[in-house]
Design a protein around this ligand. Structure first.
Ligand SMILES: Cc1ncc(COP(=O)(O)O)c(C=O)c1O
Length: 413
């Protein structure tokens, strides 16, 4: 992630100066070149500012309410039942099967749980295993900005050559002609994220069809991050893997955290045909080897939830979304439509601050609310300077309190 400032720890060392007295000389922080440009993430910075100023956190995307009882009970039971030693590397069989069954329900595709599903430590590890297992140094990979921060950092660890295409407001549509001129025989993969963090955009059927056509024409893989697939409000979610001919070149990445309000569990997975699963599993074997055993058993119980669970989650989030969206409009923000995820992006410029970081700092210190500056989601931070992201994955009281603070204290310039 592009960071706004470094807070890398400086270790202190004692030396003697000319007069013989002790002097503290800070040791410069050390980091390998491939990670040099990634400093403290904005989420950590904003969350610590939030604590300092007692601000309401609508910044980082984790719920302030708990996941369902039946899933927590399943985890407790698994621990009690002694499911506590290393799991099979690519997943507890019961979870691989539950993931395959859910995928069949969602996409109509039959996948072999033993050969095409790999369980990882969150989607973040699925992303890393996919990139490390399938991308060579120097390979071109196309990203759409704004993008989730781990994509750039992980591609940087891989040594990939990132080609970035910007999705622009108001609708963040894919600029297809730019994509046509960027994709080539040198492109190894395109990474898409639908529903999309931070904008809430969902890739349309037409956009996916054209991306699929270009990938087939140029023999390109698709990495598709679908962690918000169950938080689709304005249109139906479409999985790239379900498009004709695409399963064979697609790695579908997902996790439990968002759908089940259990972001701390870090259970994720990658679904891909056997020839691509091979690379993912090779990397996964040496990254983490296996994921927490009892949590995998509980994740299998979660994924077997009846459809009514998923309907209820969407209904609850729609109510929360309405509170935030209506509130932000009344405060005076210009909103961009969000079709999915639990995020909304707004234009902060009516309030007269010079950029998104300055606005977020003002919002925390003077108003008592946290948002995330979107410049951190771009290769070129300038492109995000007018936009900030709010999340509505908070209880209704918290959302209403944040809106009230903004109505009271934020004045248009
Ligand atoms: C788009 C996107 N992908 C992946 C992740 C990470 O998922 P996990 O917590 O399962 O590692 C997030 C988390 O915020 C996200 O927003």
């Amino acid at each position: 992630m592009a960071a706004v400032s470094s807070t890398a720890p400086a270790q202190k060392e004692s030396t003697l100066n000319d007069s013989g007295s002790a002097q503290i000389v800070p040791k410069p922080p050390q980091v390998a070149k491939r990670l040099e440009k990634f400093k403290t993430t904005i989420f950590t910075q904003m969350s610590s500012l939030a604590i300092k100023h007692g601000a309401i956190n609508l910044g980082q995307g984790f719920p302030n309410f708990d996941g369902p009882e039946f899933v927590k009970e399943a985890a407790i039971q698994a621990v009690r039942d002694g499911k506590n030693q290393y799991a099979r590397g690519y997943g507890v069989p019961d979870l691989n099967s539950a993931i395959a069954a859910r995928f069949k329900q969602d996409t109509g595709l039959n996948v072999d749980p033993e050969k095409e599903v790999t369980v990882t430590s969150g989607c973040t590890e699925a992303i890393a295993a996919t990139m490390l297992g399938l991308i060579n140094p120097g390979d071109e990979v196309i990203l759409f900005a704004p993008f989730y921060d781990s994509y750039e950092a992980t591609l940087s660890m891989v040594g990939a050559d990132i080609k970035c295409i910007t999705l622009r407001p108001p609708d963040f549509a894919v600029p297809l002609s730019e994509l046509r001129s960027t994709i080539s025989k040198k492109t190894r993969a395109i990474l898409i994220n639908t529903p999309h963090n931070p904008t809430g955009k969902m890739f349309t059927q037409d956009e996916l069809n054209e991306i699929a056509r270009l990938c087939a024409e140029n023999d390109v893989l698709v990495f598709t991050d679908e962690v918000y697939d169950k938080l689709a409000f304005e249109m139906d979610h479409i999985s790239m893997a379900s498009l004709p001919g695409m399963y064979d070149r697609t790695i579908t990445l997902n996790s439990l955290g968002k759908t089940f309000s259990l972001t701390g569990w870090k259970i994720g997975w990658a679904i891909a045909p056997p020839h691509l699963t091979w690379g993912v599993r090779q990397a996964h074997s040496y990254l983490t080897f296996a994921t927490s055993t009892p949590m995998q058993w509980a994740a299998a119980a979660a994924l077997r939830a009846p459809d009514s669970y998923y309907i209820e989650v969407r209904r609850d989030y729609l109510a929360k979304k309405q509170i935030l969206v209506e509130g932000l409009k009344e405060v005076g923000f210009k909103l961009f439509p969000s079709s999915g995820t639990y995020f909304v992006v707004v234009d902060h410029t009516p309030f007269g601050l010079e950029n998104d970081v300055a606005f977020c700092e003002y919002l925390i210190k003077e108003v008592g609310v946290v948002a995330i500056p979107t410049s951190v989601f771009y290769l070129n931070p300038e492109e995000g300077k007018n936009l900030v992201r709010f999340t509505f994955c908070k209880d209704e009281g918290t959302l209403r309190a944040a809106v009230e603070r903004m109505k009271e204290k934020l004045k248009r310039k």
